[in-house]
Write a protein that binds this ligand. Structure first.
Ligand code: SAH
Length: 224
């Protein structure tokens, strides 16, 4: 596991953090590796100080620009899926947001490539990740609908925002044996979906996982 530096430990919130871990277990998260990464990740450092007393609740919280930090349960679920076929070497995350999910993933994967379309959020995420000492992440201001062609192929592509249909570019950038984890569908009707690129047949197999609520995957970038 790539580790987070001492600054992120925060003695005061140890009990509250353990309560969150217990809740994730009750909801069916089984991977000890994933639970440990969530336990180690100082979620309070990723959000506004005014909200930090709610950092270890299992809810999405506002991070500005009409976006939210992902709910710990969904971060755990998607991370568990990402590791389900073995440890990925190269993972593309779409929707860096404040960098919370990125931080969880970066502890478990060799290299994380992460794209975000809102510049001030991306800047904050880069600071947050450096602050806790994770250096195996490369971030980029870009429209993730297109994936990240120059860095492809990826063992896992994981999207924190929901398109109406799966963008074909993402499928093209999956390594053989790779997996796309993505919420798909209109607001109120999204399904967390896994598309597995089967190495032997070369076929793309789609598996519905569970109904979810994500912000929409939007085209273009926003610079401020
Ligand atoms: N995992 C993030 C949650 C971010 S919410 C966290 O834990 O903080 C989803 C993010 O996806 C938002 O920041 C939004 O700006 C971003 N997003 C939406 N469409 C996108 C696109 N086409 N390309 C890149 N990022 C996108």
């Amino acid at each position: 596991m790539n580790s987070i530096n001492q600054r992120g430990i925060g003695m005061t919130s140890q009990r509250t953090r353990e309560r969150l871990i217990n809740r994730l277990k009750e909801q069916g998260i089984k991977s000890e590796t994933v639970l440990q990464a969530i336990r180690n990740t100082p979620r309070h450092l990723f959000i506004d100080e005014a909200l930090s007393h709610r950092a270890y609740e299992d809810t999405a919280l506002p991070i500005g620009f009409a976006q939210t930090i992902s709910q710990p349960y969904i971060v755990a679920r998607m991370t568990e899926l990402a590791l389900s076929l073995g440890k990925p070497n190269r993972l593309l995350e779409i929707g860096t947001g404040c960098g919370y999910q990125t931080a969880v993933l970066a502890q478990l994967v060799d290299r994380v490539f992460s794209v975000e379309r809102i510049e001030p959020l991306l800047d904050r995420a880069i600071d947050n990740l450096a602050n806790i000492g994770l250096s195996n992440v490369i971030c980029r201001l870009a429209d993730g609908t297109m994936g990240w062609e120059d860095r492809a192929p990826f063992d896992v592509i994981l999207s924190a925002a929901a398109p109406q249909v799966v963008p074909p570019e993402l499928l093209e950038q999956l390594a053989p044996g790779g997996m796309l984890i993505i919420p798909v569908g209109p607001e109120g009707e999204q399904m967390l979906t896994v598309v597995h690129h089967e190495a032997e047949s070369g076929e793309m197999k789609t598996y519905p996982i569970e109904p979810v609520r994500f912000v929409p995957l939007l085209a273009g970038i926003t610079q401020v």
